[in-house]
Structure formats: structure tokens, C-alpha cells
Design a protein around this ligand. Structure first.
Ligand SMILES: [Fe+2]
Ligand SMILES: [Fe+2]
Length: 163
């Protein structure tokens, strides 16, 4: 294996750093799947339907992201963790008492997407010059998250019209 490859023996510390970032990304996607299942099921009302439909589509995409992160962890000689290692962080996406409060849901989604965008930008930097395959994959996923963020920013405009 050439020394330039991320799979070479002397790139172990770089690999470990990237695997750490991929593992965090994996958990973020998994938690987002859980939060979006709840957020696409709980809301009531006519205005909720667009948001619900959009979140349902996102669930499939976020699950696909989780699978891509898992696959890359394995390719880098890492191990995908088991569920006992999971720690929830999305306190901003918990179901509230008012099932017609879509603004709270939309703001929670925006925060989740922003968190993912921040982490993936950092991961892209970590990969720079070291692991172009992971970098390329994360750039593709980042594009999806920016699309989600942009869509929900649009929803927020409608739910919170400027005065
Ligand atoms: Fe995602
Ligand atoms: Fe997303």
C-alpha cells in the first residue's frame, strides 16, 4: 500500500481522527432519524401536512447518510458502534405539549441541520489532503443537509411572517 493512501499503516492516527468524526456523524444521523419520525407523526392540523411530508422524505435520506457513514468507518478499518454507545443530544427536537406548534418543530429541524452542517464542514477540513474519498462523500452529504436547511428556512418564513 502506497504511503499516500489513507489505508496505509503509517496513516493510522489520521484514520483514527477521521473515524472519530465519522462516528459522531453516524450518531447525529441516527438521532435525526428518531427525531424526524416523531416530528413527522405528532403534529396536528392542516398547516402541519407540508412539514410532515417533507420530514418523512428526509427520514429516508438521513438513514441513507447513516449507512454511508457506517460503510466508510468500516472501509477505514474501524468498527461501527453498537446501540449502547448512543448518547442523545437533540434536546431542541423533543415533542412539545402543543401538537399544532409547527414553529417549534421547524426551528428544531433547522438547529439539527445546522449542527450537521457545522460538523460536516469540520470533517471535510480534517480530510483535506489526507482522505479525498471520505471528503468527497461528506461533501455530497453536506449538500443534502444544506438543501434541508434551506427548505425549512422557507417553512419558517411562512410560519413566522416578518412584520
Ligand atoms: Fe443527514
Ligand atoms: Fe438533513
Amino acid at each position: 500500500m502506497s504511503d499516500r493512501s489513507i489505508l496505509s499503516d503509517d496513516k493510522k492516527s489520521e484514520r483514527d481522527q477521521i473515524i472519530e468524526g465519522l462516528t459522531r456523524a453516524y450518531w447525529m444521523e441516527i438521532e435525526t432519524v428518531m427525531s424526524y419520525i416523531a416530528a413527522s407523526t405528532n403534529p396536528d392540523g392542516v398547516r402541519a401536512q407540508e412539514v410532515i411530508e417533507s420530514l418523512k422524505q428526509d427520514i429516508t435520506e438521513e438513514l441513507g447518510h447513516a449507512q454511508q457513514f457506517a460503510e466508510r468507518i468500516k472501509e477505514l478499518y474501524g468498527q461501527v458502534p453498537g446501540s449502547l454507545a448512543f448518547k442523545a443530544e437533540q434536546d431542541y427536537l423533543q415533542p412539545g405539549p402543543d401538537a399544532t406548534d409547527l414553529t417549534g418543530v421547524i426551528q428544531g429541524v433547522i438547529q439539527a441541520e445546522q449542527g450537521a452542517i457545522d460538523h460536516y464542514n469540520r470533517l471535510i477540513e480534517v480530510c483535506d489532503g489526507v482522505d479525498y474519498v471520505t471528503q468527497d462523500m461528506v461533501i455530497g452529504i453536506l449538500k443534502d443537509e444544506e438543501g434541508h436547511l434551506r427548505l425549512f428556512e422557507g417553512f419558517l418564513k411562512e410560519f413566522q411572517p416578518r412584520t
